[in-house]
Structure formats: C-alpha cells, structure tokens
Design a protein. Structure first.
Length: 126
C-alpha cells in the first residue's frame, strides 16, 4: 500500500482532529491503480508551523485554511509556489474573500473544501 502524506494547516483543533480521524482510517482503491493508497496526516495550527512541516516532510496534499494566526493561508500558498513545491493544495474558502480566492487559485490551489464538511464530503474530494 502506498502512503500519501497530508498536511492540515488550520487554527481550529477540531477541524484538524476530524481530518486526521477521517483520513487515517481511509484507503483508496481504483481498478486502474497498481496499489491502494492510505493517508498519513500531519497537523499544524499556524502558517509558520505549516511551513516548517512543508520544508521538512514535503507532503503530497495540503488542506489549507486561509484565516490563520500569523501568516495567512494565501501567504503559505505563495511560499509553496515560489519554491516550486509539487503539492496538491485545497483551501477552505469560508473566510476567504473572492479576491483571496482568485489569488489562491492563481498561486496553485486546485480546489476549495467548505467548512464544516462531513467525512463523506472529504472522502469524495480525494
């Protein structure tokens, strides 16, 4: 089984816990894939902590809130873009204004996952 590393950067501990609980017990199987995929979730409560983890662990997927203490999610996204990191990024748009959403998309976010989300909604996204 292959492992996809997921980093959740969100200042809400409940969101981080839910994502970890959902994905740590989930695997993906498709007939066209050679092997199943499982998820290994790492959490960060601030953009600064998230950047430290990004540089150290290089996750495959980033679930990123925009409104964070310290640097904002769009700043983390810009950091990723400037370093040409190959990471799939999905942002939470709840507190993201249209202008920030456009900037996030331009900087590489491929999707937006609204909070609150159900386990099924998170599984469908990935």
């Amino acid at each position: 089984m292959a492992v996809l590393k997921v980093l959740v950067i969100d200042d809400e501990p409940g969101i981080r816990f839910r994502v970890s609980r959902i994905l740590n017990n989930f695997h993906v199987t498709y007939p066209f894939m050679d092997e199943d995929y499982t998820f290994e979730v790492t959490e960060a409560g601030t953009g600064e902590d998230g950047i430290t983890i990004l540089d150290r662990d290089m996750p495959d997927i980033l679930l990123l809130d925009n409104k964070l203490p310290g640097i904002q999610g769009v700043d983390v996204l810009e950091y990723i873009r400037k370093r040409n990191y190959d990471i799939v990024v999905a942002m939470n748009p709840l507190l993201c204004l249209a202008r920030r959403g456009i900037r996030a998309t331009r900087d590489g976010a491929i999707d937006f996952i609204p909070k609150p989300f159900t386990p099924q909604e998170l599984k469908i996204e990935y």
